[in-house]
Ligand binder design. Structure first.
Ligand SMILES: CC(C)(COP(=O)(O)OP(=O)(O)OC[C@H]1O[C@@H](n2cnc3c(N)ncnc32)[C@H](O)[C@@H]1OP(=O)(O)O)[C@@H](O)C(=O)NCCC(=O)NCCS
Length: 446
């Protein structure tokens, strides 16, 4: 997806709604350092972070230069240059089952000042972002959420989970196969040169991951503020295959905790191959002079227990909904991924905001490739509507987002009364079609 981020006009409905409350909705010129810095200050305050140091401001200025940045301003407050609400967005690839990617619209930095809460400001911004996403040609919008109760009303649903993985070092007797290559320590600056390519390959393997932007790699590697205490703690290891080609890397630190030798903590592991994944896990869990290992934002379906003699050495906590998906164009979204089995499914979608509403027909061939067409007249392909004998499901856009990556089975939503099946046996077909070979997972915040 390539287009001028600032070419999309400011959403007129949001501008009108906010103007009626005495507020100004503006596109922030990110090259205007004063305006962009004020926006960053509001973003930090909105998330209850400490005031940013200059090094963080400089980092954020570079990141938001690649984004569509909007603020809401109240001309009556004592410092009207600081927005009372913020939002940013950008086009991104979202990995979907089958090693493919779909054009998505990432939404971030949604904050409203506590002084202006619950006046409908976030609602105006979120509805505008759906329009922006459509104008950009995205099939769906994605975000991560601080609270699980905010975004369902705008059609977003949890689509990929993440968890904290704990490993008891004393019980990590490795029984998995040896990876043929080797793990070695490398300097962050050296790794940074190959990080984009490795990250791209790792992201492509996992439905639910989104494209990494340059700034997130800098931050993960501790290059934003290299002399800061947090960065200096970071250690970087790279896995090379037996030919010496880099296939993955991890960034970790050893933290001291009461009554512990040390805890290996990591929140960035990019593996482009299974060997790399196993070798990096082994390195992380086999260190001496530590008592445990903690992996943040890991998959709920890690292979690690199958690599250890004592699978109970690994425990999982903080399992959370992490990636939220809002389908906007069911034809493009459903057509982008591969499916688990051949079949034909009618899909009736309701959508309070209208974007994804309609009847669609999903036809999957023996290789899992999909053909999707509207079947409700509006823009319907040849044939117009789905035959009444076609198995079908009826669901809201929220539920469509939830099943899209295979993170929850349609039959579970049917049991919860959130999805209607044309016949009981349709559950099995829908489950088998939507299930992907890999559990969806998102391993970063955005
Ligand atoms: C979340 C936040 C942006 C909401 O802003 P807001 O302007 O107060 O929200 P609105 O007044 O537009 O509310 C829109 C709807 O969402 C609901 N809502 C808003 N925040 C909510 C929350 N934290 N929990 C549950 N519901 C929430 C409102 O009740 C309202 O519901 P309705 O329109 O269906 O009646 C704001 O509280 C905030 O900045 N929080 C701290 C930062 C944060 O967590 N941001 C989210 C980043 S993912």
């Amino acid at each position: 997806m390539s287009f001028d981020l600032r070419g999309i006009p400011l959403d007129a409905t949001a501008a009108r709604t906010l103007a009626a409350k005495g507020l100004e909705y503006r596109l922030v010129d990110t090259s205007d350092v004063a305006a962009a810095t004020a926006w960053i200050a509001a973003d930090f305050r909105g998330f209850h972070h400490a005031r940013p140091r200059q090094v963080s401001v400089d980092y954020d200025l570079a990141v938001i230069a690649e984004r569509r940045v909007q603020g809401v301003y109240d001309p009556t407050i004592s410092d009207p240059a600081i927005p009372v609400a913020t939002v940013s967005s950008w086009p991104t690839g979202l990995s979907v089952p089958g090693g493919r990617s779909v054009d998505a619209w990432a939404v971030s930095s949604v904050t409203v000042s506590p002084t202006h809460r619950r006046r409908g400001i976030a609602r105006a911004l979120m509805l505008a972002e759906l329009e922006n996403a459509r104008a950009a040609g995205a099939a769906l919008a994605v975000l991560t959420a601080t609270e699980a109760t905010i975004y369902g009303r705008f059609g977003y649903a949890p689509a990929a989970r993440a968890a904290t993985v704990h490993v008891d070092r004393r019980r990590t007797h490795w029984i998995g196969p040896d990876a043929p290559g080797r793990v070695q320590f490398v300097e962050a600056e050296d790794l940074r040169r190959i990080a984009p390519a490795l990250a791209r390959r790792a992201v492509a393997r996992t439905p639910g991951e989104i494209d990494r932007w340059p700034g997130i790699l800098d931050r993960a590697l501790g290059l934003v503020d290299p002399e800061g205490e947090h960065s200096r703690r970071k250690r970087v290891v790279r896995y090379d295959d037996e030919q010496g080609n880099p296939q993955g890397f991890a960034v970790f630190q050893v933290v001291r905790e009461p009554n512990e030798h040390g805890v290996v903590e990591f929140d960035f592991l990019a593996a482009a191959t299974d060997d790399a994944e196993r070798a990096l896990w082994r390195f992380l869990v086999e260190q001496d002079f530590v008592t445990s290992v903690r992996g943040l934002l890991r998959s709920v379906d890690e292979p690690l227990p199958w690599l250890l003699e004592d699978p109970r050495a690994m425990t999982v906590s903080d399992v959370v909904d992490h990636l939220w998906v809002r389908v906007l164009d069911p034809v493009a979204a459903l057509g982008s991924r591969r499916y688990g089995t051949a079949g034909t499914l009618g899909i009736d979608v309701t959508d309070p905001q209208g974007h994804a509403a309609g009847r669609f027909e999903l036809v999957v061939d023996e290789r899992g490739r999909a053909e999707v067409q509207r079947a409700d007249g509006a823009g319907a392909g040849a044939g117009g509507s789905t035959a009444s004998s076609t198995p079908g499901i009826r669901l809201g856009v929220h539920e469509l987002g939830a099943i899209f990556l295979g993170g929850v089975r349609p039959s579970v939503l049917a049991r919860a009364g959130r999805l209607t099946l044309s016949a009981p046996r349709t559950a099995e077909l829908a489950d088998r079609m939507f299930l992907g070979p890999r559990t969806p997972h998102l391993s970063i915040w955005f």
